[in-house]
Write a protein that binds this ligand. Sequence first.
Ligand code: FAD
Length: 282
Amino acid sequence: MKPPPFHYARPGTLDEAVRLLAADEDAKALAGGQSLLPMMNFRLARPSVLVDIGRLPELSGLRRKDDVLVIGAGVRQRTAETAQLVRESCPLLGLALRHVGHHQIRSRGTIGGSLAHADPAAELCAAAVALDAEVVVTGTSGRRSIPASDLFVAPFQTALSAEEVLTEVRVPVRAARCGFAEIGTRAGDFALAGVAAALDVADGAVTEARLVGLGIGGTVQRLPEAEAVLRGQALDDALIASAAQAAADATAPPDDPRADPHTRRAALRSAAHRALKQVSNA
Ligand code: FAD
């Protein structure tokens, strides 16, 4: 299947990319192309110009700055998944990324592309919210930061304006214990539901919990009822079962052709249970 006709531009700098995006309301940034190109092939997107940001130096690099892991938006998902720096400072990212599609997809797909695409079942979006990350974006009026918790506003829609480029992700490095699990029909498919969990545990008790569900609504979403069950309690099997049940009970997934709400709720309960078991075994 072929995409509709489009123009192609490869700017050499971020400023030039922003200018090109601002000049045409139907222009779109092209990063790894793993979501945008299939959407064009299926005629779900018809950009007039593809502004290729895949090689911009401003979007590259993985580094730790004090207590923040800074990941350039153009870093490939597979690079982040396998980087020792990520494993050591924010292991939840690696745990989540290994569930994204297949190896080949992750070798092309970028960190920024996944966040900007804002699929409600995207593993990285859930992990970013669980880790309290923020993204830095650059547009014609300069740079600004957006907390990941405010980034996803609707299915495939973010708080970025059309001419803004997501340039980096900033993830606080914390000693949180983490887990990630998802339930799907086949490995590599988008999950029916999944959970990213980051918990602070002191003296065997949970002092803070951030649980984020994916695949259960229009955006990835915190699971506050399950978090409340966990806070202040010892993380044992009974508590894990109660929290997983609370997550499922409080969720109202949509009825869509892939799965009815009952199935997705059951998938969420299983995913929450597995993610929390990982945390307790960590
Ligand atoms: P692109 O496809 O190039 O762009 C996607 C969108 O984001 C476009 O609208 C583009 O304009 C915008 N964009 C990209 N980068 C930026 C930026 N820096 N600033 C502003 N806007 C930007 N994803 C999952 O999360 N989980 C899965 O299980 C999964 N399975 C997949 C299976 C298959 C078979 C395929 C083809 C894809 C799958 N994906 C999955 C999608 C994959 O993760 C994509 O890599 C990702 O969603 C988009 O990243 P990209 O770099 O390819 O972005």
